[in-house]
Ligand binder design. Sequence first.
Ligand SMILES: Cc1cc2nc3c(=O)[nH]c(=O)nc-3n(C[C@H](O)[C@H](O)[C@H](O)COP(=O)(O)O)c2cc1C
Length: 174
Amino acid sequence: MTQSKVCAFGDDPMVVRHTFAQFPSGVAVLAVDIGGEKHALVASSFMVGVSLEPCLVAVAVQKSSETWGAIKDADSLGVSIFGKDQGDLLRKLASKDRAARFEQVVIEVRDEGAVYIDDAALWLECSIHEVSEAGDHWLALLEVKQLGVGENEPLVWHGAKFRELVDAESVGVK
Ligand SMILES: Cc1cc2nc3c(=O)[nH]c(=O)nc-3n(C[C@H](O)[C@H](O)[C@H](O)COP(=O)(O)O)c2cc1C
C-alpha cells in the first residue's frame, strides 16, 4: 500500500500554519494616511491577477486587525511589495506598536492618502472593490487604479523566513 501524501490535521492550527508556510509568497504593505495619521497593514496573503478587467487583486485580513478597522473605508490605498533587502522594514511596519510603525521610514504620501514605501519591488494604487467574510478573515478585493515597478527584486516569504529569488538555471552551472 502506498503511503498517503495527505493526512487529517484535526483541530491543530500549528499543523496548518506549518504546512502553509511552505508555500512561498511576496509580502505587501497596505498603507494609507488618514487625516495625518498613517496606517500600515503587512500581508503575505496578498495575491495579484484575480481579474484583469477590471484589474483586481486580493488580500485576506484577520478579523482581529485594528488597522483594517481604520483603513477599510479609505478612498485610496497604497500597496508596496517589499524588496529583497527590506525584511527589517517589514518587521517594523508589522510591529505591535502601531504608532511607531512609520518612525524613520522613507515614504511617499499621495494627495488621496495612498502611502508608498521607498525601494519596493512594485507599487499599486488601489480602491476597495468588495469585502466578504472568509472564516476568521475578511477577503478584500482591491481594484488597481495605477501601478509601477521598482528596481528592487521582491523579497520572498517562505518557511517563516525572508528569502531571495535565485535563477534556477544558473544554480550549479559553471
Ligand atoms: C510576514 C507577515 C505576514 C503577515 N500576513 C498577514 C496577512 O496576510 N493578513 C493579516 O491579516 N495579517 C498578516 N500579518 C499580521 C499583520 O501585519 C499585523 O501584524 C496584524 O494585523 C496585527 O496588527 P493590526 O491590529 O494593526 O492589524 C502578517 C505579519 C507578518 C510579519
